[in-house]
Design a protein around this ligand. Sequence first.
Ligand SMILES: [Mg+2]
Length: 356
Amino acid sequence: MPIDELAVSAYTLPLDEPESDGTLTWTATSVVVAEPRAEGVQGLGFTYGPTACAHLISELLAGVVLGRDPMDVPGAWTAMVRAIRNTGRPGVASMAIAAVDTALWDLKARLLEQPLARLLGMARTKVPVYGSGGFISMTDDALAAQLGGWVHDQGIPRVKIKIGSDRDSERVAHARRAIGPDAELFVDANGAYSRKHAVRMARLFDGERVTWFEEPVSSDDLDGLREVRDLVDVEVAAGEYGYDLVYFERMASAVDVLQADVSRCAGITEWLRAAAVAAAHGLEVSGHTAQSLHAHPACAVPNLRHLEYFADHARADRILFHGVLDPDGGSLEPDLTRNGCGLDLNRGAAERFRTA
Ligand SMILES: [Mg+2]
């Protein structure tokens, strides 16, 4: 029985206050949901992209997905990638494909009455996470409360803060005090630094035992990333703006850990291949945000480091979906009693945020 319907909807959830990192300020979280149907069973997938992704799905992707066998996800994926050739692969198009691809994997697992992790094949039963927030826009008290909550209340032994302001040294020291001596402390500059500034800051952060330095310079500056990586002790990570395999292949030669985001890089089909690219370079891969989408495929990857448990996505997911996993103890463990990704759209709660 072919895929006979592909419903699309979009939601924008405003934040209580604007949030910022080293290079961007934002005021809302947007989620675009794809729901394909076959044999009366509905799949669920999504991306954290703008409402434009919903229009792109309706205009360019639905026509090449409808009528296909729901068992053949890579076939649908290939047709979608062909359909957006002239639109351009990076950005909105790959996020739109991600929503449909994750939904098709979920649909296939539901049709086979299996949890997705089991359909993909599991290398592990649970996925280590790190708490991620620590926005530059937060007060020091709010920063301490968020990080302390993850480490001391929820038992998550790794946290990440944003840097790229003129208070970076103070904030990193403040974060270390909040989490105590044992938890791992990560920083993310979102490309805010120049090469030499990044090297100076990395050496300064050694005093607070920072072990992960994400995007010390712009991800467009691969030579710079490589140079910083080679000059500092802390691990350098990047890859969140990767939309296709060629990007990950280039990025893998410039970092210590490769990041990849299933909600951006055209879905689970490409994310698993990005992990294989990392493995071919002797690297581990770390899932970037979108923890509810990564939990199952991350179980299938042998060379997985960890998964980013992003505060904004945790908030949006708990409003929009039933079945959201809890990170207590420092990992997400897929519920193998539920089929697919284990998530269902909470239509009643979602409706007031709907934009398409
Ligand atoms: Mg980042």
